[in-house]
Design a protein around this ligand. Structure first.
Ligand code: ASP
Length: 336
């Protein structure tokens, strides 16, 4: 293939470990305080193999550790991607580099707000580019391969690290340092991006996403504030009451087991519902659904299905840009 026949991929850099250069090859932990950051152009220059895969156009959106990614950055990134894809009908897709701490949240936001079926592949690294055995370069190449492959289209935003392609909806970070940290629980990953250069899928996500999404954020300047309240043995209602007093627009409860929590905590959630604040019950256990049980329905809660509390928060934030009707918000929780 000649260069002008290669698929065109837009590469958006946001920072994260994948961009950090440490002082030594054995620094796997202190680099984000002591190291310097590569630009997305420098990161791409480390991977000349990408030139055989795609015409890659890099752009730095922000350059921060992902603990410093805020909802305003999600809006900027989603709007920039939508703008670029609509401006370039011939583009193959988009790759995004990101810190791993909040990668799954940004990816799910893009899954719900990029209104285009072309691939969006989000990647990061667990070992900085300066470290022995870094996964930075390979993950970047994989994201470019996935973004350039027609096989990846129509599957929503995708996450790739460790050669495993995951759905943005289901994936979560499960380990603080291992390169296989991103897992999708019972759902499993969708496919592989292996060293033969093939992008191989076995499944496509069923829930609504991207081109089938109702969440157009082109005119949205700020997302409604939604916070998560975490339950545990003996938790009282102090945090939930404080959230209501602070004026949050929605609350996600990270409940115990099947979603229930101590009566002290549940009483505070009932007070929030009575104050007109949508309350979503999710579970902190990692896999499995929260059901529309008689109690949850009678007490006016919305249930998160099997969405992780952090994902339910994002969906509630987006839902609240369109409606505050609990029945509509419940529909969204069950459709996306
Ligand atoms: N502190 C880093 C970040 O989230 C961790 C990582 O990228 O893996 O930006």
């Amino acid at each position: 293939m000649t260069y002008d026949q290669l698929p065109r991929v837009y590469l958006f850099g946001t920072g994260g470990t994948i961009s950090f250069v440490a002082e030594s090859r054995t620094d796997f932990a202190n680099y984000s305080y002591q190291g310097r950051q590569l630009t997305i152009q420098e990161m791409l220059a480390r991977v000349p193999e990408a030139q055989d895969v795609a015409e890659v156009l890099p752009e730095q959106v922000i350059n921060v550790g992902s603990t410093e990614v805020y909802p305003k950055h999600w809006l900027t990134l989603a709007n920039r991607i939508n703008q670029q894809l609509s401006a370039d009908a011939a583009a193959a897709g988009v790759a995004v580099t990101h810190g791993t701490a909040t990668l799954e949240e940004t990816a799910y936001f893009l899954n719900l707000t990029v209104l285009d079926s072309r691939p969006v592949a989000v990647t990061g690294a667990m070992r900085p580019p300066s470290a022995m055995g870094t996964d930075a370069d390979n993950n970047l190449l994989d994201a470019i391969r996935i973004a350039s492959s027609p096989n990846s289209a129509g599957r929503g935003a995708l996450v790739v690290l460790n050669n495993e392609i995951q759905s943005a909806r289901d994936v979560t970070k499960t380990d603080s340092y291992r390169v296989e940290t991103f897992q999708s629980g019972h759902m499993g990953f969708l496919g592989y991006s292996d060293s033969d250069g093939q992008v191989v899928f076995y499944r496509r996500p069923e829930r609504r996403h991207t081109s089938d999404s109702e969440f157009d954020v082109s005119g949205v300047d700020e997302l409604p504030q939604v916070e998560i309240a975490y339950a545990y043995a003996g938790v009282d209602g102090i945090v939930v009451d404080a959230l209501v007093a602070a004026g949050v627009k929605g609350i996600v409860a990270a409940g115990l087991g099947s979603g229930g929590s101590p009566s002290t905590f549940m009483a505070a959630l009932r007070r929030a519902v009575a104050a007109g604040i949508p309350v979503v019950i999710s579970t902190q256990v990692g896999t499995g659904r929260v059901l529309q049980t008689r109690r949850f329905v009678e007490e006016g809660y919305i249930v998160a299905d099997n969405l992780h509390p952090k994902k339910a928060r994002i969906l509630l934030m987006l839902g609240l840009t369109r409606t505050s009707d609990p029945a509509e918000l419940q529909r969204m929780m069950l459709e996306y």
